[in-house]
Design a protein around this ligand. Structure first.
Ligand code: NAP
Length: 474
């Protein structure tokens, strides 16, 4: 049995209280995890506050080389890291390996970003009175970044906080999701091995309410970077005062299938986008709007491919779909499916659970107002509806509280450009699902999907402050 400790000022500190971490798939205990008290969070924040000048003064090439080393160490231990994700999150092992591969890229991009932080020279004489002055901007670290992360990408979404924060020269207090703390402890060990100075990274586990709220409200924290559900994100924004806040929140992402598209070719991509990691992905494919001429063929092939998915143990490398993150989420989603059924939706496959595994579920013609359509399902459920025109589909996609990414498959360039302009989201994928992401692209949403952008270069901008310097030569 593993027993983990808090990371404060470079030391693994025994906590006052511990909770038991259980496997979502077997329900068995896998580790004892600290439940930090207010005083313990206080110590972690103070450690980061004291270390902020150490990391701010470290030359960019040294920050970059620490990040490069973390990427290298993770590469060497990739299988071990993937097993940890499979164990604590029930992410199927092959999907977990893909997450680790992306995480390595994220740290490599962070290392590059560290070496490319710069300002610009401004022509002040463009304004009367600005003659004979030299003006330039620099980007300075903010100080201490408070990072709060979700359970669904315990390595890569943590990397999207730690990578840019270190690249930009900030100290960090990290609070990982209660269900997936082991991945954060693992990466912290790699940062220590890579030579990150003590106190620059501090990890406090425990409930969102105690630990999260202290991070959000403490005056020594200059920025809160949060990835998680819209409800929690909005609460954070309301409490954070003048701190900088970036919010990467949820969605009910959709794809549009235009007439004339090669259905056979796009089915595997659509199925993976809907069911990878049990649909517990912020840009998981939840809604599909298919042109009426292609609807029957799309549904038939999609359902056929869905039925072939292998359900089971996350540690089995051949498993496609495993347990949901909690029994509560299984119950919630079964209730939502039942609501859809009662309002006339057809369950084409799935619709029931085996233990904590919700079988991959395809719903047809579910009304737009139903929870499975208008809320974020965050489960292996996809709704496929028929539309008469692409414009009608665009209206459905936009009629949402969320706006993270959207996709459209079309062979018509005019339709593609029209959709790119009309879809109200953070990113439009032409001839792909909304689920596409590589880690250096700007990523983030509109409406209740959040504010701010991640993707290393963009996150570094969020995690630095612009300062203006003017030399008067008169
Ligand atoms: P969550 O319940 O919102 O939790 C996220 C983090 O917030 C956890 O560390 C949680 O701690 C903490 N937290 C809970 N209450 C808090 C409070 N009052 N103050 C401060 N922190 C608090 O989300 P989740 O279930 O882990 O993740 C799923 C959600 O994340 C989905 O909505 C998904 O779409 C979204 N997501 C978005 C992106 C993106 O980039 N846009 C990426 C991935 C996931 P505990 O674990 O201790 O409760």
């Amino acid at each position: 049995m593993m027993k983990k400790h808090l990371l404060i000022h470079g030391q693994w500190v025994e906590a006052k209280n511990y909770t038991s971490l259980k496997s979502p798939y077997t329900g068995e205990e896998i580790a004892q995890i600290p439940a930090a008290t207010n005083e313990e969070v206080e110590l972690a924040i103070q450690a980061a506050y004291e270390a902020r000048n150490v990391i701010a003064k470290m030359p960019a090439h040294q920050r970059a080389s620490i990040l490069e080393k973390v990427a290298r160490l993770l590469e060497e231990r990739a299988d071990e890291a993937a097993r940890l994700v499979a164990l604590e999150a029930a992410k199927p092992f092959s999907t977990a390996k893909a997450e680790i591969a992306r995480t390595i890229q994220t740290y490599k991009f962070a290392a590059e970003a560290a070496k490319n932080i710069h300002g610009e020279v401004l022509p002040l004489d463009a304004a009367p009175g600005g003659e004979n002055r030299i003006a330039y901007t620099v980007r300075e670290p903010l100080g201490v970044v408070g990072a709060i992360t979700p359970f669904n990408f315990p390595f890569n979404l943590v990397a999207h906080k730690l990578g840019p924060a270190v690249a930009a020269g900030n100290a960090i207090v990290l609070k990982p999701a209660s269900q997936t703390p082991l991945s954060s402890f693992f990466i912290a060990e790699l940062f220590q091995e890579a030579g990150l100075p003590s106190g620059v990274l501090n990890i406090v586990t425990g409930s969102g309410r105690t630990v999260g709220e202290k991070i959000v409200t403490d005056h020594r924290i200059n920025m809160v970077t949060f990835t998680g559900s819209p409800g929690v994100g909005i609460g954070i924004r309301n409490k954070a005062g003048l701190k900088r806040v970036t919010l990467e929140l949820g969605s009910n992402s959709a794809v549009i299938i235009d007439q004339g598209v090669n259905i056979e070719k796009i089915i595997p991509r659509c199925v993976t986008s809907a069911f990878a990691f049990q649909g517990q992905v912020c840009i998981s494919l939840q809604r599909v709007y298919v042109h009426e001429s292609a609807y029957e063929a799309f549904v038939e092939k999609f359902v056929e491919a869905t039925k072939k998915l292998k359900v089971g143990d996350p540690l089995d490398p051949t498993t496609d779909v495993s347990a949901m993150i909690s029994p509560g989420d299984v119950k919630r989603t079964l209730d939502w499916i039942e609501e859809a059924r009662q309002h006339g939706a057809v369950v084409a496959t799935g619709g029931e659970a085996e233990g904590n595994v919700l079988l991959p579920t395809v719903l047809l013609q579910a009304d737009h107002s139903l929870k499975v359509s208008c809320q974020e399902v965050f489960a292996p459920i996809v709704v496929i509806n028929k539309v008469k025109t692409v414009d009608e589909a665009i209206e459905f996609v936009n009629d949402s509280r969320y706006g993270l990414q959207a996709g459209i498959y079309t062979d018509n360039i005019h339709t593609a450009l029209h959709a790119a302009e009309r879809l109200h989201v953070g990113g439009v994928m032409i001839n792909d699902t909304p689920t596409f992401r590589v880690d250096h692209m700007p990523y983030g949403g509109v409406k209740e999907s959040g504010t701010g952008r991640e993707g290393l270069k963009y996150a570094v901008e969020e995690m630095t402050e612009m300062k203006l310097v003017i030399f008067n030569r008169n």
